[in-house]
Design a protein around this ligand. Sequence first.
Ligand code: PXP
Length: 251
Amino acid sequence: MPLLPPRLGVNIDHVATVRNARGGVLPDPVRAALVAIEAGADGITAHLREDRRHIRDADMERLKAEISKPLNFEMAATDEMLAIALKTKPHAVCLVPEKREERTTEGGLDVVSNDNHLKPYIAKLNDAGIRVSLFIAADPAAIDAAHRLKAPVVEFHSGGWCDALAEGHKAKADAEYQRIVAGLKQAVALGIEPHVGHGLDYATAEMISAHPEVAELNIGHFLIGESVFVGLPQAIRTMKAAMAAGRARAE
Ligand code: PXP
């Protein structure tokens, strides 16, 4: 029997980024989540940042209420976020590092020197039946720390690999890729489910999906950007039809 591909978690943060740039309610990230699910997404990922720069509290509540597939709530390990997660009860929480000044999540969690801080958050989420994932670099020590912390899932940060590939740094890209491949094996050997995310596009998603250990990919920026190109032609046709329908009323 052929192996099933990894699950696809679609990150809809950047629909909210566009909405917030204009103000108002459009485009609606929850509508994007529903469209993504209709098209085959296996889950929806959304990051409620401390500064609420894209997803807002009300978006998270609506996502939980309106989507039919698992919700993966990305958040920093803070008391405020823990309280919101315990109230929202998403399927999963992915703990990510968060720095105010960064444009996106730039590095993995420092699980090795930070495990005392993370431990109670992981324990409380585990106790609430929420599947905890730690967003980490695919480093052996970080994977061991995730195991000690009893995280059932890790998500390996693929940004370094994808950026090196995009910038043509072949040796660095190969090394980053091999680090992720080794990490996948280490995680599975420890009973941890490995996910991969950040910076993935069609080509890198295909490459990493060749590894049967990968249970899930979380992809946002590329998909939202790409959907402009595949979706704009239809939006233009529908707009032209609306304008023609209006003009026909004048006759
Ligand atoms: N996984 C995690 C933990 C992330 O923080 C992000 C970015 O928000 C992603 C996946 C998706 O990354 P990208 O938007 O580059 O596809």
